[in-house]
Design a protein around this ligand. Sequence first.
Ligand code: NAD
Length: 249
Amino acid sequence: MLLADKVCLITGAASQRGIGRATARVFAKHGASTVILDLDETQARLAASELGDKHLGLACNVTDKRACLDAADRVLQKFGRVDVLINNAGITQPIKFMDIKPENYDAVLDVNLRGTLYMSQAVVPQMRKQRSGSIICMSSVSAQRGGGIFGGPHYSAAKGGVLGLGKAMARELGPDNIRVNSITPGLIQTDITGDKLTDDLRAEILKGIPLNRLGAADDVANACLFLASDLSAYTTGAVIDVNGGMLIH
Ligand code: NAD
């Protein structure tokens, strides 16, 4: 049990096949009280109840600062502490550079980057009081190689921003014993790609992955477990690749 009695918040964690939901399951197995945050309250509650009695599901749109603060308050009322935050909520859009409209830019930057800022700002005061905490930010291989397979350039920009924000937070919050690390997943089989992953495209993508398979949500969840737990007590400002070797650098 690597997370016994830890209170762990995960944004964007209601999606059935998603990375956030898989992470919630792994955390619950390791003894955490898990808080599922997502856009829809009913879905968030359902996801939490599937894990057992001690977990909580709340509506929280991470682009809304007030909603992030309210969610953090509700967590403190119920559990009295916050140990881990996974900034996992994200959206992508497979569009080309010249086709990015202001509303595309705003939507993708707001959920991925602004959401990471707002939710982190909501929990850091409590983590500072506790003088401990672990924040994990979900970036993407798309940030490192300038485009993954599905995300447009604005998605790469947003996820690149997440890496910079995470590193700067690590530097500033380290003296309070709050660690901040990022994960850069490669292509993970979830619903984020919609129906765009055809068999031909999949075969083409596999040629570039040394481990010769797409990632599973649990592959990323297990990296989250390492970064959330004391196994990574001396790791901050790091970026962990979970990409099957798609990018080796
Ligand atoms: P997913 O679509 O299954 O899950 C994303 C979740 O975020 C959904 O439950 C959705 O409702 C929620 N969400 C969207 N907007 C939100 C908002 N404003 N506030 C709160 N929640 C919101 O996708 P996933 O593949 O599990 O992605 C999880 C994270 O991993 C994302 O940040 C994504 O960019 C990143 N990522 C995924 C892959 C991949 O291949 N699947 C690769 C690299 C990075």
